[in-house]
Design a protein around this ligand. Structure first.
Ligand code: FAD
Ligand code: MLT
Ligand code: ZN
Length: 454
């Protein structure tokens, strides 16, 4: 059966696009953090939607499970095989299609990377509402599948808000296309929105029509030192209230800045560490740095500040935030817990979480950072064995106690599967299972992700 399936996949995608050799499979079998890995039966890289459809049909007929994969930058282990699945790489679907420069819409193949989309639309005067540090590898299909958030959610929302149309291959190989480019279309269930955040468990996204946002060139970034997260949240609230141009509001702490400085070979932003760093960015058609400075001047919490409006200066300040992920990864294999709290409980969570981790596993090393404006903190923990989930458990229980969510923007994947019941009721889970069963009755699409294997 395996040989017959491999032959069929070769006939569909071409010999060069069915990888069975161990070395060639390797980068598709380990996730970005190196915490999750598994063996694939093979990696298949179809070059068109029709080929994806035929690949899925062939796998369904052979009873082979499929793990869809885009840029493999996901952080919850959902993009790599667990054992013997076919990894279906969408990266070759990298065509950027119809670009409507009047309405600000474009169609992108699932495998288009975020940075290539950004470059493409820039010439027409448009930008994309979602931005992530993984922009050079993360794909539009993967971003829809995870409902990626990133640094601009406070202004433009997460990935699902950008989706105007989609094309997807269902578990039986059927193709659904809704690409009308309509802003309004209430004809039955919104399947595109259902796929956003479905993590490859309901269908395979092959193309997406997305809304664009105006390119705003006049940007000001302010990096501020405050005593504690509560002060950072006051600053964010003040800027949000006064300046609709607020586009990013991020928070991080000395432990992460130390790592970034060491990893990037740069100096500290201020002479001494404040208790908490907050970075805000405003963007508009005109320079608003004076207005931003005035709002910040009225914030008693601000102890240190650095502002930049030129591209190099802004990039320098962003480095302290954006390079957290790679600096942490360079230090070891982290447990990455991406959680949201109601804004009113975020500071309490931050004040308690380090103690919670220490009580669960002596010597574990937490590094926190995240999207303060969204109540979203990334609790990274170094010094744990990949399979030791005692600290994860303690953190997720604290999140649930404070009314938060165990997954803010990265998804459930396999990393959070045991805890999904902490923040979703039995009825809620049953409704989600019913949807999964209806669209993928044999459980062939990304089995073991979101729901445990049956
Ligand atoms: P993959 O990792 O390949 O896959 C992710 C999931 O989607 C898997 O479950 C996979 O099966 C499924 N999938 C992939 N493509 C498809 C498809 N075409 N159809 C159906 N299912 C599919 N995430 C954020 O939300 N915000 C951030 O700020 C952020 N910053 C990051 C920074 C760094 C440095 C890194 C490494 C990651 C970051 N991420 C962030 C996580 C990651 O980049 C996102 O989750 C991204 O959306 C994943 O896209 P991908 O193409 O790499 O998907
Ligand atoms: C980020 O905000 O930088 C990302 O979500 C990546 C991470 O959590 O490491
Ligand atoms: Zn994030």
């Amino acid at each position: 059966m395996t040989a017959a399936l491999l032959n069929e996949l070769r006939a569909i995608a071409g010999d060069a696009h069915v990888l069975t050799d161990r070395d060639l499979r390797a980068s598709y079998e380990t996730d970005w953090t190196r915490r999750y890995q598994g063996r694939a039966l093979c990696v298949v890289r179809p070059g068109s939607t029709e080929e994806v459809s035929r690949v899925v049909r062939a796998c369904a007929a052979a009873g082979a499970a499929v793990v869809p994969q885009g840029g493999n930058t996901g952080l919850v282990g959902g993009s790599v095989p667990r054992g013997g699945e076919v990894v279906l790489s969408l990266r070759r679907l990298a065509t950027i299609g119809d670009f409507d420069t009047v309405s600000g819409e474009v169609t992108a193949g699932a495998g288009v990377t975020l940075s290539s989309l950004q470059q493409h639309i820039r010439e027409g005067g448009w930008a994309f509402g979602v931005d992530l540090a993984s922009r050079d590898s993360a794909t539009i299909g993967g971003m829809v599948a995870t409902n990626a958030g990133g640094i601009r959610v406070i202004r433009y929302g997460a990935m699902r808000r950008q989706v105007l149309g989609f094309e997807a291959v269902l578990a039986d190989g059927g193709i659904v296309r809704r690409m009308p480019g309509l802003v309004k279309d209430n004809t039955g269930y919104d399947l595109g929105q259902l796929l956003a955040g479905s993590e490859g468990t309901l269908a395979i996204v092959t193309a997406v029509r997305v809304r664009l946002v105006p390119q705003l060139e006049r940007r000001t970034v302010a990096l501020l030192g405050v005593r504690e997260l509560a002060g950072a949240l006051e600053v964010v609230a003040a800027v949000r209230g006064e300046l609709p141009s607020l586009e990013a509001a991020e928070a991080f702490f000395p432990e992460g800045v130390e790592l970034v400085c060491r990893h990037a070979g740069i100096g500290l932003p201020f002479a001494t560490h404040p208790g908490c760093y907050v970075l805000v960015e405003c963007a508009g058609r005109r320079d608003e740095s004076a207005e931003l400075a005035e709002v910040l001047g009225g914030c008693a919490a601000v102890e240190n500040s650095a502002m930049a409006s030129d591209a190099a200066g802004r990039a320098r300040l962003w480095t302290y935030r954006e390079r957290h992920t790679e600096a942490i990864n360079a230090e070891g294999i982290p447990h990455k817990l991406d959680v949201t709290l109601p804004l009113a409980r975020l500071a309490e969570f931050e004040a308690r979480v380090r103690g919670t981790i220490a009580a669960a596993v002596a010597g574990a090393r937490p590094i926190l950072f995240g999207h303060a404006g969204d109540g979203n903190l990334h609790v990274n923990i170094l010094g744990l064995d990949p399979d030791d989930d005692r600290a994860d458990d303690a953190v997720f229980r604290l999140v649930a106690e404070l009314g938060g969510s165990i997954s803010a923007e990265h998804g459930v994947g396999i990393a959070k599967l045991p805890w999904i019941g902490l923040t979703r009721s039995a009825e809620d889970l049953a409704a989600m299972r019913a949807i999964k069963k209806a669209l993928d009755p044999r459980g062939m699409l990304n089995p073991g992700v979101i729901f445990p294997l049956e």
